[in-house]
Design a binder for this molecule. Structure first.
Ligand SMILES: Nc1nc2c(ncn2[C@@H]2O[C@H](COP(=O)(O)OP(=O)(O)OP(=O)(O)O)[C@@H](O)[C@H]2O)c(=O)[nH]1
Ligand SMILES: [Mg+2]
Length: 270
């Protein structure tokens, strides 16, 4: 049988070029994280794209650990990582720490932030925090059917302009909008879509402190991604981050990436 560049039979493909590869994690070109507040439909998106059956249901806190699956799109293989729900990168429950650590230190090529269109304001808090730490993000504006039912309208184009990253409206439970979501994920991962994330300005005094602290941190923890975020936390006097730096926990978060890492086609994959 004829086969596609990703190794799967061409007949597996859909018109959108999406091939669900389940738990076949043999090799991949890009790592994609799925983040968002609890109960926004992250695992529903994950299942729809990978063909897997992660636990879903209408209450928060179902996903408590990292779950990985695969899909292919136009010959490139994407490892998708479904994360526990989190309200903030500063949050502290064990589940939230799993999500935060992967977003900060797992170096995903694209981060999809799944937001609840019926509760946009609260959800944007995490969106803005994620945009502080990565250029490569896509907002999945999910539960659009619920928003419509409640008479909520959202100008997704204006939101995309304001945030500086693609915003894709979806109804994940009915798989609506997911072809556009995959296009956006692939575009951001490959660099075909350029983003310009909205970032809050930093006052000159804080900036000067960061300029001093970041190189020291990078020296103390070689290979540390998002040293600027860690430095901000240190300046805030965040006890948990200070402790993680002192007891070597932070260095351990970096190490797995360096040691258990394989490279294919010049792209990092863990
Ligand atoms: N109406 C509607 N329901 C949806 C949509 N997407 C997901 N759901 C439902 O929303 C509920 C939560 O979905 P999950 O995928 O479990 O959400 P999650 O973000 O993974 O939740 P946690 O892992 O607990 O944070 C489930 O009952 C889904 O069927 C959608 O677009 N519209
Ligand atoms: Mg989930």
């Amino acid at each position: 049988m004829e086969s596609c560049a990703c190794g799967a039979p061409v007949s597996c493909g859909t018109k959108q070029g999406l091939i669900r590869l389940g738990i076949d994690l043999s090799h991949f070109d890009y790592v994609v994280a799925i983040a968002g507040n609890p109960n926004t439909g992250k695992s529903t998106v994950f299942n729809a794209l990978t063909g897997l059956k992660q636990h879903t249901g209408n209450w928060p806190g179902k996903t408590v650990a990292r779950m990985e699956g695969m899909f292919a799109h136009h010959g490139k293989r994407f490892k998708l990582v479904d994360l526990p729900g989190t309200y903030s990168l500063l949050s502290m429950t064990v589940d939230e720490e799993v999500a935060r650590d992967f977003l900060l230190f797992g170096q995903p090529d694209t981060t999809v932030i799944v937001v609840d269109a019926t509760n946009l304001e609260r959800n944007l808090n995490l969106v803005l925090q994620v945009l502080e730490i990565t250029d490569r993000a896509v907002v999945c504006l999910n539960l659009m059917d619920e928003a419509q039912r409640r008479g909520i309208t959202i100008d997704d184009r204006e939101l995309a302009r304001e945030l500086g990253v693609p915003v894709v409206p979806t109804v994940a439970r009915r798989r609506e909008g997911l072809d556009r979501l995959v296009e956006a994920i692939a575009g951001v991962a490959t660099g075909a879509i350029r983003t310009n994330p909205r970032r809050l300005p930093c006052d000159p005094q804080t900036q000067a402190a960061l300029d001093e602290l970041v190189p020291l941190l990078e020296n103390a923890v070689p290979g540390l991604p998002n040293a600027r975020w860690v430095a901000m936390r240190l300046l805030d006097g965040d006890e948990r981050v200070i402790e993680a730096l002192e007891n070597g926990e932070l260095a351990q978060l970096v190490r797995p990436r360096n040691s258990a890492t394989t490279r294919i086609e010049g792209v990092v994959s863990a």
